[in-house]
Design a protein around this ligand. Structure first.
Ligand SMILES: NC(=O)c1ccc[n+]([C@@H]2O[C@H](COP(=O)([O-])OP(=O)(O)OC[C@H]3O[C@@H](n4cnc5c(N)ncnc54)[C@H](OP(=O)(O)O)[C@@H]3O)[C@@H](O)[C@H]2O)c1
Length: 263
């Protein structure tokens, strides 16, 4: 049985950094293959080429649109054909779109649910039979999960789903020693905001306040390997998490209503 990792959203940002870390860090030397998934095949091939210069791990490319149910079926068949143990499943594919729900584009709004919720749940379900004691599932949520997000409403709701689903699964699977970790970053310096900004002329510069993708990934893997239920990077986001449990949400909702409208 080959030990593999599966990383979605591997063509950029957080997902790509997970692939770098799994391929380069000796902690993960038991991995024989990393299966990488995203739509942009050229980006995935570039990543494969780059990794092959520094690592012996085999990269298998899957250019799939995870919003499409056929892609999930195709990936399920691929798993069935292969004799593998999945040591790490990292569900990083996702996007958010800021702006009013009322005037937002229908497809963009529904697409967030299909990708951030449906595809993440479907992949988790089809991969679980290949997990064993000691396997890890990292679900990339967001600090946007902590409080409902006016003007980022569907995105925040999808990420709350991911936290709720991950925590429940953590409990369900702990007897099997399959560990599920909800990763909840605040802003990160990736391509995420190119898609998220409702008005591209409004410049929200994530590089000013955002964490680096590599530091998010380092902490997420370290927390996952300690079998933690949550990975929240940075003291600021940890304080935000605590505040979201203490401060009445009606107050926080008005803060986010004001803030999200302006970025
Ligand atoms: N950046 C942040 O500030 C931030 C903060 C909190 C949480 N997050 C979460 O972190 C995760 C990764 O985001 P990121 O920051 O790394 O953003 P990113 O750089 O935009 O990466 C998003 C990834 O998702 C993939 N993807 C998008 N639609 C897809 C589809 N239909 N099928 C398959 N793959 C798809 C993209 O690849 P293709 O376009 O090639 O398909 C890309 O690899 C997301 O779940 C996001 O919600 C991000």
């Amino acid at each position: 049985m080959k030990h593999i990792a599966i990383v979605t959203g591997a063509s950029s940002g957080i997902g790509r950094h997970f692939v770098y870390r799994l391929a380069k860090d000796k902690t993960y030397s038991q991995l024989e293959e990393i299966w990488i998934i995203a739509r942009r095949k050229d980006r995935l091939q570039q990543l494969k080429q780059k990794i092959s210069q520094h690592s012996s791990v085999l990269i298998k490319v899957f250019a799939l649109d995870l919003q499409d149910k056929e892609s999930i079926i195709q990936f399920k068949k691929e798993l069935e054909k292969s004799k593998v143990v999945v040591s790490y499943l990292i569900n990083s594919a996702g996007y958010g779109k800021l702006g009013s729900f009322f005037s937002g584009d229908f497809e963009e709004q529904m697409g967030m649910i299909r990708l951030n919720v449906e595809a993440l749940s479907a992949l988790t379900h089809i991969v679980l039979p290949y997990c064993i004691g000691g396997s890890h599932i990292l679900q990339i949520s967001s600090s946007a999960a902590f409080v409902p997000q006016p003007h980022f409403s569907i995105y925040g709701a999808t990420k709350s789903f991911v936290v709720s689903f991950s925590r429940a699964l953590h409990q369900e699977l702990r007897k099997k020693k399959i560990w599920v970790t909800a990763v909840c970053p605040g802003p990160v310096q990736t391509e995420f905001f190119q898609m998220a900004l409702s008005n591209p002329s409004k410049k929200f510069d994530a590089s000013k306040i955002g964490a680096s993708a590599s530091s998010i990934v380092k902490k997420a893997l370290s927390d996952a390997n300690k079998c933690k239920e949550f990975s929240i990077y940075s003291p600021l986001m940890q304080i935000f998490y605590v505040l979201s449990k203490l401060v009445p949400h009606r107050f926080l909702l008005s803060v986010f209503y004001y803030f999200n409208q302006r970025i």
